[in-house]
Design a protein around this ligand. Structure first.
Ligand code: ADP
Ligand code: ADP
Length: 225
């Protein structure tokens, strides 16, 4: 089944009196359990597509469905709800909260979901164990290596059991050996059935994916297996 599909997706950004067409009518389907990379040169529309798939923004026109739900006309509040339920985000710069320890960082999405304290702790510890940080539970992000920080961010992305993991240049701030370990972690998570979408300009990163959706000037120029 389809976790994300787009039909005729157009995104225009207003720029003074004119507008810039960042996505020019793209069609795509991403199936449950796929590991997909989104690639393309700078300015080709990768971030725009990622924001639309991640329910951070809606298209100017066209259709976008997440898990069978048409979110094309959703308000910011409705988008936030879908986002929190269906999507786990991983960013190049980790975005962990520096004053909180790892358990507290990983608990954040569960706080928003209104889960009680005991359950939050239990789930956060379970996720940190799963990414190999079981011995760093009470450390703060500043006391960890880059790879460990990204593992913690991945634990946070997974803690709500989202449908989709959406990663934006997840190894961009890491050395190549650490980056490969993070990609192996994604691969393992994918093998357990999670859909992974990674936005990257790095061929090495894309080589871990099953297929690439390649953008150029706001159009998809490749999306086959
Ligand atoms: P990529 O991530 O591949 O570099 P983007 O999606 O960031 O591409 O950008 C696609 C196009 O849309 C570019 O021409 C870019 O300048 C333009 N663009 C992106 N965001 C905005 C914005 N907020 N306002 C105006 N133009 C934008
Ligand atoms: P870029 O790809 O342009 O570097 P970032 O990766 O920094 O952009 O983040 C993309 C956007 O997503 C930012 O505007 C950021 O504020 C927003 N963002 C990051 N995390 C979340 C989240 N969990 N929920 C909602 N918005 C988020």
């Amino acid at each position: 089944s389809c976790v994300v599909s787009g039909r005729g997706v157009v995104k225009d950004y207003p720029m003074g009196g004119i507008s810039v067409r960042a996505l020019d009518g793209v069609d795509f389907d991403i199936h449950a359990g796929e590991f997909v990379s989104i690639m393309g040169p700078s300015g080709s529309g990768k971030s725009t597509l990622m924001h639309i798939i991640g329910c951070l923004d809606v298209p100017t026109s066209g259709l976008i469905e997440i898990d069978g739900i048409d979110v094309s006309g959703y308000s910011e509040t409705e988008l936030a709800k879908i986002r929190n339920k269906k999507i786990g985000f991983v960013f190049q710069q980790f975005f962990l909260l520096p004053r909180l320890n790892l358990i507290e960082n990983v608990e954040v999405p569960l706080l928003y979901a209104g889960i009680d304290y005991q359950k939050r702790r239990q789930k956060a510890v379970e996720m940190l164990n799963a990414v190999g940080l079981g011995d760093r539970l009470y450390h703060k992000p500043g006391e960890l290596s880059g790879g460990q920080r990204q593992r913690a961010a991945i634990a946070r992305a997974l803690v709500n059991d989202p449908e989709i993991i959406l990663a934006d240049e997840p190894t961009g701030a890491l050395d190549s050996v650490t980056g490969e370990k993070i990609l192996e972690l994604f691969k393992g998570i994918n093998k357990k059935g999670k859909t992974i979408i990674v936005v990257t300009h790095d061929n090495e990163v894309a080589s871990y994916a099953d297929r690439t959706i390649r953008l150029r000037d706001g159009k998809i120029v490749e999306s086959a297996l």
